[in-house]
Design a protein around this ligand. Structure first.
Ligand code: BG6
Ligand code: MG
Length: 217
């Protein structure tokens, strides 16, 4: 692997630092069921890294009903209300193995740390996990105009950190997120399976296998 003097690491949140996918699954499944749409783990997988409005559209596309903007807004709010209640039960116990160690190792090496999650609940999740102060910059998803796979959110994080994209590592579990990192011109570390995250520059099973020295010149 070609090494480089990286200056920042920009992390995704859901599925990288904490496993919130199961909470999104519970909330989306209830919504889908109420609309007569079958929603299973495989469908949930395709929504990883996809913003709320787009996810809702993908679910409702499976229904034979048509929805007004007001109906969609109400469904989106109901899903989020349930997700917020589930997040409220979270604690530091919900950190994935190696997450804190990875953040601390990046900090100790003198690199900047950013968070690029399209979740509008990211600030609340970080607070529940007790790791807000480990980040130099957290992108506010409410200010992002294009979700992943668009590179906007990673470019915004890099700009805020004052680091050129080519000097950033991005860490992502979603196919759409890896695409966003690559289109931002960054090195992509995938979290998950190599046969799924085929566009990533390196793939590890989880942050407990994250080793900055593999990438740093
Ligand atoms: C992403 C998740 O991080 O955030 C998606 O992978 C989720 O599953 C998206 O839908 C939006 O989250 P929120 O909290 O704004 O609904
Ligand atoms: Mg993710």
């Amino acid at each position: 692997m070609k090494k480089h003097p990286y200056q920042a690491v920009i992390f995704d949140l859901d599925g990288v630092i904490t496993d919130t996918a199961r909470y999104h699954f519970i909330a989306w499944q209830r919504l889908a069921c109420s609309q007569g749409v079958t929603f299973d783990e495989a469908f949930n997988e395709t929504l990883k890294g996809i913003d709320r409005a787009t996810s809702l559209d993908l679910i409702l596309a499976q229904s034979n009903k048509t929805y007004s903007a007001a109906e969609k807004a109400a469904l989106s709010d109901a899903k989020n209300d349930e997700y917020v209640q589930l997040v409220a039960q979270m604690s530091a116990d919900d950190l994935l193995p190696g997450a804190v160690q990875a953040l601390d190792a990046v900090r100790a090496a003198g690199l900047k740390i950013g968070l690029a999650s399209v979740s509008k609940n990211a600030f609340a999740v970080l607070a529940r996990l007790g790791i807000t102060d480990k980040f130099d910059y957290v992108v506010d998803a409410a200010l992002i105009t294009r979700g992943k796979p668009d590179p906007e959110i990673f470019l915004k994080a890099a700009a805020a950190l004052g680091v050129a994209p080519a000097d950033c590592l991005g860490v992502e579990d979603a196919v759409a997120g890896v695409r966003a990192i690559k289109d931002a011109g960054m090195f992509a570390v995938g979290i998950g399976a190599p046969d799924v995250l085929t566009q990533a520059d390196d793939v590890i099973a989880g942050l407990d296998a994250f080793d900055l020295n593999r990438y740093m010149a």
